[in-house]
Design a protein around this ligand. Structure first.
Ligand code: 5RP
Length: 232
């Protein structure tokens, strides 16, 4: 039997989608890349959402069988509403993956994590032989940190320690990300908090070095990954 309730049957992004036309173009590219039987790592955010919608349309029109490995509750729910079966990294290795980004520099390094899903996103991208990053022109920057702070996911017990250690990286601003729609901080899907950090300059080794601070679960920096950037 199927549930007929409204909330978990409504396909809608939770706000206005900026640069929608460009994002839809990149989403179409991804939908065309899908082959019957693929296991696909599915990123989070509005661009990934549009790609999932476009994939679901192809599945319906052409009877394709696809399995998704979602990177957040948000995209997991979208897959469920659209009838896309899901699995996990424990059960399957993705054939390929796609995701969005907040910033991309000329070396294809990224800042991700506006949606707070960078921990699972990095697990999926790192597990995939091929990863596509879908961006509109607003995401292209001349240096990382030009527009966005670097999200750092931290075990709540380590907030003081991590804040102290980030001083060694010449952090110029460290903010505990507040929740919207709930008092207090954002709590990630792994039960952690997020520090949004601005630096004087983001060094090439920051991803590894910040991750080495005890209590840091993950950062939104993706440096030196083999990524295919798709510009919508
Ligand atoms: C979520 C992310 C998103 O991929 C990134 O924020 C891009 O989002 P959008 O496609 O909505 O612009 O990293 O953690």
């Amino acid at each position: 039997m199927k549930w007929s309730n409204k909330i978990a049957n409504t396909i809608e992004w939770s706000g206005e989608i900026s640069n929608r036309e460009q994002k839809e173009k990149a989403a179409e590219f991804i939908a065309k890349r899908v082959k019957d039987g693929d296991v696909i790592g599915v990123g989070s955010g509005s661009t990934a959402f549009l790609a999932v919608v476009a994939i679901a349309k192809r599945m319906k029109d052409e009877g394709l069988s696809i399995t998704a490995i979602p990177t957040s509750n948000e995209v997991s729910l979208t897959c469920s509403i659209l009838g896309i079966p899901t699995t996990t990294l424990l059960q399957k290795k993705p054939d390929w993956a796609f995701d969005g980004a907040d910033e991309v520099d000329q070396n294809n390094s990224l800042i991700k994590g506006r949606g707070g899903a960078m921990f699972a996103e990095k697990l999926v991208i790192s597990s995939s032989p091929e990863s596509y990053i879908l961006v509109d022109e607003s995401k292209l920057v001349s240096y990382l940190g030009e527009k966005f702070p670097v999200p750092v996911e931290v075990d709540p017990r380590a907030i003081n320690l991590v804040e102290t250690k980030l001083g060694d990286f010449k952090a110029t601003e460290i903010k505990l990300r507040p929740a919207k729609g709930k008092d207090g901080p954002v709590i990630t899907e792994a039960g952690n908090v997020i520090l949004d950090v601005r630096f004087e300059k983001i060094g090439y080794d920051f991803e590894k070095e910040i991750k080495a601070i005890p209590g840091v679960i993950e950062t939104g920096l993706f440096t030196g990954y083999d990524l295919k950037i798709v510009k919508g």
